[in-house]
Design a protein around this ligand. Sequence first.
Ligand code: GRF
Length: 203
Amino acid sequence: MSKARIAVLVSGGGTNLEALLNAQEAGKLPHGEIVLVCASNEGAYALERARNHGVPATVVARKAMSQSAFETALSIKLAAYRVDVIILAGFLSILSEEFVSRWPDRMINIHPSLIPAFCGKGMYGLRVHEAALERGVQITGATVHLVNEIPDGGRILLQKAVEVLPDDTPQTLQRRVMEQAEWVLLPQAAEMVCRELAERETP
Ligand code: GRF
């Protein structure tokens, strides 16, 4: 395998997707290629970003589908694009352990805190930063981890700390964590995983 074929799964704005696309265009993803962006809802602005970069964008709507129908539809898309690696970049739909177990060491997620702090059920988006401010931590950050079997239980790939400032609101903190950590770490972790896979699968 020369380049691992990547699908980025999204649900919202897609700034992490943008960071991945920019990294790819800058030659910082030599062992991977983003071949598909798949959103869990039609309104995701991330779809627009994918199209602007000339990457195929599709929707598998979570709404009005059972978990198993959703995962079957998703699997069909992933197979059609011969995807090797899944990147969850602000993907808000829960995936079953059964689905996750079919992607060992091939699925990564970004979380906007230093895991194990401020993660788990209900901890997504601004809630993570609200919780960090409520707790009064002076350092937070972001984590990229493998998703292996137990959701949020996979190996940590990369973490980066970010300072919390006295006047921070959840919004200002979220922005700083994105700029200083998420957009930096996710392309690096994507390259790490793709390189490992390419090296393992090339005789
Ligand atoms: C990010 O904070 C990411 O860590 C997360 O959800 C947010 C997505 O932002 N889990 P975006 O859609 O990439 O802009």
